[in-house]
Design a protein around this ligand. Structure first.
Ligand code: HEC
Ligand code: HEC
Ligand code: HEC
Ligand code: HEC
Ligand code: HEC
Ligand code: HEC
Length: 447
């Protein structure tokens, strides 16, 4: 529309408004009051250019976008399953953060990869104090999955939160032990052939009270390591716990270092440090720029980290050897590469019967759980379920033939806690001091 037309239109609108009754300046006939005073002008608003453009300048947003496209999050696709979407998709994270739940309601088949809007949400425009808290979806203390599962009702309940400190809480919503991915099992072999709700303490080891020796459970209390259980930390995603020396199995009478050079840091101090365009690190790539002058001033990480990994790996081998000598772990050597690996050996079958140590013992045991997720006949929604598999135990020579002590379980757990990694670079590097203390105290206990 031309400017002249706009002005004409506005004039016409003004005339119309003044004929309307609401424009009468004084009260209608019979009323005597005069018109009130005009209100005062408000104070001038702040210049949006000054406030908003600190972040929203096109160049800044484009730079963030470009950096983020180099991160793992920016390059990987969503995982939309019911037990994955909360951490592996934008919509899943938005749902659990908004609802305060632990698992999304259903599959998120249209779930998109983690994007800006997973972490970012404006809660206010008063940026003067703590701008970051106004642009992040959450920085509240976190109700961890593995600490908020009621083993009696077999359901998540928010009872215990952990405060990792502002931004670190955002990260700890996803960077935490994954916890259960199934709640029921079916035994296809009669007479046990009906679906039964399984307490997840039998399917994921974080449900054992391994974190610390507390209450009635001591390191000499006995425990069955049943088939179907696992030690999974999930891809080494325990960085927030590491940073503050937490979550490993700690032995009575041993001391563990809580305060390190970096224990009070934000994840972003290292992972969002100075952007290096050549190395494609720093900033929103979320990959630590090891050559940031700020870091180099104190240490050369390009030589320090590999040296630390050598020390950690040799302690892991020492512990792995001890655990396999006790038949808690089984040692496997890859025939072609010669690579050595250790895996935990079940002491008991799924129902808690001790597994034999000789071939002469009874032949069939409920050995493993496998996924059998099927759509419900009534709702059509996927029901997560596991099948109990019966088999003959052929690994009897590697069986311990008794219950473990919690101390032994703790040693096996600590091995996994340090060894569980997405990339080798991640292994214990967030707190080598605590990692080595966990390994050494486990070794001392076993000896
Ligand atoms: C401290 C940095 C920061 C400041 C200051 C800031 N924003 Fe934002 N804003 C963000 C981030 C980060 C996002 C998420 C970006 C995205 O999802 O693409 C966002 C998203 C938005 C969105 C949603 C846009 C979209 O594409 O989803 C609007 C609207 C918005 N901001 C308006 C404003 C206004 C208006 C101001 C000033 C009063 C402001 N912002 C100041 C960081 C900031
Ligand atoms: C509590 C949050 C959480 C849940 C739930 C979760 N993950 Fe993850 N997952 C992560 C995090 C965080 C990482 C990155 C870990 C790292 O690099 O240290 C990751 C990494 C991975 C990786 C390796 C990196 C990659 O993206 O390829 C795979 C594979 C994976 N997850 C699969 C799954 C699957 C399958 C499920 C559902 C059954 C699932 N995850 C559920 C948090 C979670
Ligand atoms: C994994 C979470 C996460 C994702 C995903 C993410 N950000 Fe951020 N972003 C943060 C955090 C945390 C901060 C605070 C940074 C700090 O303190 O260094 C931040 C800060 C910002 C800021 C303000 C600081 C500045 O330097 O201007 C902007 C703008 C921004 N992000 C844009 C984006 C955009 C655009 C995307 C998507 C391309 C994105 N972010 C994706 C976590 C995230
Ligand atoms: C919504 C869940 C979620 C949140 C919130 C989250 N992460 Fe992640 N992060 C992941 C997943 C999942 C991966 C593995 C990559 C993938 O599969 O997308 C990952 C990967 C990473 C990686 C691997 C390196 C790379 O290139 O990306 C780093 C580092 C990382 N995250 C740091 C952080 C930090 C720091 C924060 C907090 C500011 C954070 N993450 C918040 C889920 C999350
Ligand atoms: C003191 C610095 C520092 C702090 C603080 C820190 N990290 Fe790291 N992080 C590193 C370094 C260094 C690596 C190894 C990266 C390398 O060698 O390139 C790493 C690795 C990782 C990885 C694996 C990266 C990959 O490529 O697979 C993830 C995921 C991660 N950190 C997440 C976090 C989270 C979440 C926090 C906050 C709880 C955090 N980090 C705090 C320095 C730090
Ligand atoms: C004020 C000094 C100082 C600064 C600055 C500093 N660090 Fe550190 N850092 C230390 C100290 C002290 C240790 C642990 C003691 C030691 O072994 O030197 C350490 C240990 C580490 C470790 C464990 C490495 C290993 O192999 O033992 C990582 C990773 C790390 N720092 C990353 C970073 C990153 C990334 C930055 C920059 C964002 C940074 N640091 C900045 C002092 C510093």
């Amino acid at each position: 529309m031309k400017l002249k037309n706009v002005i004409q239109l506005l004039c016409f609108a003004f005339v119309l408004m003044c004929i309307a009754p609401s424009c009468v300046k004084e009260g209608p006939i019979g009323y005597t009051g005069n018109a009130g005073e005009n209100g005062k002008d408000g104070a001038n608003g702040k210049d949006a250019n000054a406030t908003c453009l600190t972040c929203h300048a096109q160049a800044n947003m484009a730079a963030k976008e470009a950096q983020y496209d180099m991160s793992d999050k920016g390059t990987r696709t969503a995982r939309s399953g019911k037990y994955c979407a909360r951490c592996h998709s934008t919509e899943g994270f938005q749902e659990i953060a908004t609802m305060g739940t632990f698992v999304v309601t259903n599959e998120m088949l249209n779930g998109t990869k983690i994007t800006c809007a997973a972490c970012h949400k404006h809660s206010g425009f008063d940026f003067a104090t703590d701008a970051n808290s106004k642009i992040l979806r959450t920085i509240s203390p976190v109700y961890l999955n593995y600490e908020n599962y009621n083993l009696t009702t077999n359901a998540f309940v928010a009872t215990k939160s952990t405060d990792y400190g502002s931004i670190n809480n955002l990260c700890a919503n996803c960077h935490q032990i994954r916890s259960t991915t199934v709640a029921t099992y079916t035994d296809p072999t009669p007479p046990k052939g009906t679906p039964v709700t399984t307490p997840v303490k039998y399917t994921a080891v974080p449900y054992f009270p391994v974190a610390n020796v507390t209450g009635s459970i001591t390191q000499n209390t006995l425990v069955k390591y049943r088939a179907g259980t696992n030690f999974g930390i999930h891809e080494g995603a325990n960085q927030p716990d590491y940073l503050i020396s937490r979550g490993g199995y700690e032995y009575a009478g041993k001391t563990y270092t809580r305060k390190t050079a970096h224990s009070a840091d934000k994840c972003t101090d290292c992972h969002f440090n100075v952007y290096d365009a050549t190395a494609k690190t720093g900033g929103h790539t979320m990959k630590t720029n090891l050559k940031d002058p700020k870091c180099v001033g104190c240490h050369d990480l390009t030589t320090k980290i590999p040296a630390t990994l050598v020390t950690i790996n040799s302690k892991l081998t020492e512990l792995g050897e001890l655990l396999s000598a006790k038949k808690i772990f089984k040692k496997t050597t890859n025939a072609t590469t010669g690579a050595v690996s250790y895996s935990a050996q079940f002491s008991h079958d799924f129902y808690g019967t001790v597994l034999p140590t000789t071939a002469s013992a009874p032949t069939t045991y409920a050995l493993t759980l496998a996924g059998a997720n099927l759509p419900s006949a009534t709702t059509g929604l996927l029901v997560y379920n596991s099948l109990v598999t019966w088999a003959a135990d052929t690994d009897f020579a590697n069986r311990i033939g008794r219950e473990w002590t919690y101390g032994e379980l703790g040693a096996a757990f600590n091995y996994t806690y340090v060894n569980t990694v997405a990339t080798a670079a991640n292994k214990g590097i967030h707190n080598p001091i605590y990692a080595l203390e966990l390994l050494q105290s486990s070794i001392d206990y076993l000896k």
